[in-house]
Write a protein that binds this ligand. Structure first.
Ligand code: HSE
Length: 371
């Protein structure tokens, strides 16, 4: 039976992954071994099986006895353990949600509804390292897989509205703490029907600018505001998040001629859904009905949202999409710039299709291949 080691299963992405695996009854026909960086011999998660106590996530010998290792532990762990394991001659499959190995020549970025052919050719040529993509990129590709497959995309500009979850669990908590402070400060005014919006705004602005405002993680307010910077600076003037748009899209699709993807990435006060406003430049004047049809047929999770107010308000929001696998695409229309320019808006759960789901699915693909 395949021996599969899980590391980082307790964190946010790891726990979403486990709950998806349980939901899909994935814990079958392999031997799961759960590792820990802090609680050796502790009790592992309840996956409906008898499992041994937690093992040391730095035990190279034990890790070397795994057929597959799946880690959601983060980049520092990967950078430390992965090279050591390979140096020791371990030739198993490494599945990773962190970005550390993404751009390596001998790794494949996995998003099988979009690049199953790339994955299959990697498997037959002996690639052993499979990495989840950047959430924003994966969600954009899930939304537009049909249009990418049509071969008519010349370039894309993506303006993002990224949720707190992309920054991490403590950022999500901080966002809600910030909201609570603003709510508490304006409570008496909110309760007074005679109070004005301007009076409430004064109270809110004072809180946002106060030195006591809870912002240890974001450094500045996100609630009642936004942050037009995600990740580190690049030479190009892009942020690393913006840089990933193009390099990862083209690596995932293994394009012959790179398709430029660029835009401004912005953090907003959503909890776990990233949204993106897209300008799509096609190489032809494709009728809008055809664009819609091609997008809708891209994969089974895409849901076309009619370009009307009612549908947009109810289906094209983080509130509607949170915790689901649905990828709504709406606001589709031709733009003033010309008949080859299409506008679209899409939303996707950053922790599901943006992180855990492609990892869960590559694990199943590997299990199927190896069994
Ligand atoms: N880097 C992304 C973000 C999340 O900050 O939202 C992970 O892909």
């Amino acid at each position: 039976m395949l021996r599969i080691g899980f590391i980082g299963w307790r964190g946010m992405v790891g726990s979403v992954l486990l709950s998806r695996m349980l939901e899909e009854k994935d814990f079958q026909d392999f031997e799961p071994i759960f590792f820990t960086t802090s609680n050796i011999n502790g009790i592992g998660p309840d996956v409906g099986l008898d499992i041994p106590p937690l093992k040391d996530a730095f035990d190279i010998k034990l890790l070397s006895s795994m057929d597959i290792i799946l880690t959601c532990q983060g980049g520092d762990y990967t950078k430390k353990v992965y090279p050591e394991l390979r140096r020791h001659g371990w030739n198993g499959y490494w599945i990773d949600s962190a970005s550390a190995l993404r751009m390596n020549d001998d790794s494949i970025i996995v998003l099988d509804p979009v690049n199953r052919a790339v994955i299959d050719s990697g498997l037959s040529s002996g690639i052993k390292t499979y990495v989840g993509g950047n959430c924003t990129v994966s969600l954009m590709l899930m939304a537009l897989s049909g249009l990418f497959a049509s071969g008519h995309i010349e370039w894309i500009s993506s303006m993002t509205y990224q949720a707190a979850s992309g920054a991490g669990a403590k950022y999500m908590k901080e966002l809600i703490s910030q909201m609570a402070v603003l709510g508490d400060a304006s409570r008496s005014l909110l309760d007074d029907p005679a109070s004005t919006a301007i009076a409430i705004d004064e109270v809110v602005t004072k809180e946002l600018r106060s030195n006591n405002f809870p912002a240890e993680n974001f450094a500045v307010p996100l609630a009642g505001s936004l942050i037009a910077w995600i990740d580190s600076p690049m030479e190009s003037g892009q942020t690393r998040e913006e840089w990933k748009g193009s390099v990862e899209t083209n690596k995932i699709l293994q394009t012959m001629k790179p398709i430029p993807v660029d835009g401004v990435c912005v953090r907003v006060g959503a909890m776990r859904c990233h949204s993106q406003g897209l300008t799509i430049k096609l190489d032809m004047d494709m009728p809008l009905e055809e664009v819609s049809e091609v997008i809708e047929k891209g994969n089974q999770w895409v849901k076309l949202v009619p370009n009307d107010k009612e549908s947009t308000l109810h289906s094209l929001t983080p509130a509607a999409v949170n915790s689901t696998l649905t990828i709504p695409v709406g606001r589709l229309r031709k733009m003033l710039m010309g008949p080859e320019y299409v506008a679209a808006f899409t939303v996707g759960d950053q922790l599901l299709w943006g992180a855990a789901e492609p990892i869960r699915r590559i694990l199943n693909i590997l299990i199927e291949q190896l069994s």
